[in-house]
Design a binder for this molecule. Structure first.
Ligand SMILES: [Zn+2]
Ligand SMILES: [Zn+2]
Length: 158
């Protein structure tokens, strides 16, 4: 009778660690949690790392980044090409999709002050910079408004 047996129940530690992670995720600092539980700040940091795979410092960084992303998300903008309203994942994004960006870039590369007549469909169009350069150098004899006209013309010649 009266023998004191110290039982270390891993469940209790699990519970405690859960409380530590909870408190930390609520925004309490490792130092404050340590003060409440009578543990060192370093021990709290270790437990947070052990339980979540991220050190408190990394958690804070993640939180900061998440907040930044959120503020970007709410500032929707119109795609500079198709005018669709979208949420840019990066503040510098001005196109809703890679497709819109590529198309716009291709259009911008066209030379606006030169007009070619398509050899296949007779439509007038602004050539790409590379075609205009070839034309200026006397290399380009036949010009086509699109790849499909180019292909059609190729087939017609055969
Ligand atoms: Zn777009
Ligand atoms: Zn054409």
């Amino acid at each position: 009778m009266g023998r004191f047996i110290r039982i270390v129940n891993p469940k209790i530690y699990k519970e405690r660690n859960k409380i530590i992670v909870d408190e930390f995720s609520k925004g309490h600092s490792a130092a404050a949690i340590g003060r409440n539980l009578g543990m060192s700040r370093e021990r709290i940091c270790q437990i947070i790392y052990q339980e979540t795979g991220l050190a408190p410092r990394e958690h804070l960084l993640k939180r900061t980044l998440a907040l930044q992303n959120k503020s970007i998300e709410v500032t929707k903008r119109n795609c500079r090409y198709c005018d669709t309203l979208f949420s840019p994942s990066m503040s510098r994004h001005v196109y809703c999709s890679k497709n819109c960006r590529d198309t716009k870039v291709r259009l911008d590369q066209r030379v606006k002050d030169i007009t070619f007549i398509c050899n296949q469909c007779n439509k007038s169009y602004h050539p790409q910079r590379s075609s205009a350069n070839k034309f200026a150098a006397g290399e380009l004899i036949k010009a086509f408004c699109s790849n499909s006209c180019y292909t059609k013309a190729g087939r017609g010649n055969k």
